[in-house]
Write a protein of this length. Structure first.
Length: 190
C-alpha cells in the first residue's frame, strides 16, 4: 500500500528545487511522490530534469487558453486525473487563481527567495541587493490570491554575499533545497 502524499510540482525555469524534492522523495527524506511536473514554459529546463527521473511533465502555455480560469481548469483536470493531493510551487512564475485555490484550499505551498513580507514578486534577490540589505533569506508559505502574501510556514535567514547576486543566489538555493523538504515533511506528517 502506498501511503505517500501525491504532489504536483509547478515550475517555470531550471527546476533545481524540483530536483531537490525529487531526490528527497526518492531517498525517503520526504514521504511523498511527485506524480506530475506542471510548467507554463515549453522550454523550461525542469522538463528535462523530470524526464531524467521518470516523472511526467505537463506543459500548459497560458496563451493557448481564452482565460486564466480555462487555463487553470485544464491543469486541474490533469491534477485530478493524477490524484494530486498537494501543489508545490518551485519557481512557478504565475499567480495562482481561484480555480486552483478553491480546489486545493490550504494545500498549495510556495518557496520564495526572501524573508517575506520583504521583497515579494520577481527578482527578490536583486531587490534585496538593490536595497543594500545585509541579510535576506528563504520563506516557505501557503499560497493565497496575493503575490507572496500567504501565511508563513518556515523561514531561514541567508547573508547577502558581498552584494553579489550570483553568490547570494547560490547560498539561497542551498537553503531552499533543505528548508522546503523539511517544511513539506512537517506539513505532510500532520
Amino acid at each position: 500500500m502506498n501511503n505517500k502524499v501525491k504532489i504536483a510540482v509547478f515550475a517555470s525555469g531550471s527546476g533545481s528545487n524540483f530536483s531537490a524534492l525529487a531526490e528527497a522523495c526518492k531517498n525517503g527524506e520526504l514521504n511523498a511522490e511527485i506524480v506530475l511536473l506542471v510548467t507554463n514554459k515549453p522550454d523550461a529546463y525542469a522538463i528535462e530534469r523530470a524526464k531524467k527521473v521518470g516523472i511526467s511533465a505537463l506543459v500548459v502555455p497560458p496563451k493557448s487558453f481564452e482565460s486564466k480560469d480555462a487555463y487553470e481548469q485544464a491543469i486541474l483536470s490533469a491534477l485530478q486525473e493524477s490524484e494530486v493531493e498537494w501543489i508545490v510551487l518551485a519557481g512557478y512564475m504565475r499567480l495562482i487563481g481561484p480555480v486552483l485555490l478553491s480546489a486545493y484550499p490550504s494545500k498549495i505551498i510556495n518557496i520564495h527567495p526572501s524573508l517575506l513580507p520583504s521583497f515579494p514578486g520577481k527578482d527578490a534577490i536583486g531587490q534585496a541587493i538593490a536595497h543594500g540589505v545585509k541579510v535576506t533569506g528563504v520563506t516557505v508559505h501557503l499560497v493565497d490570491a496575493g503575490m507572496d502574501t500567504g501565511p508563513i510556514i518556515a523561514q531561514h535567514a541567508v547573508d547577502v554575499v558581498d552584494g553579489d547576486v550570483e553568490k547570494t543566489t547560490e547560498a539561497i538555493h542551498a537553503v531552499e533545497h533543505y528548508l522546503y523538504k523539511d517544511a513539506l515533511s512537517e506539513l505532510f506528517s500532520r
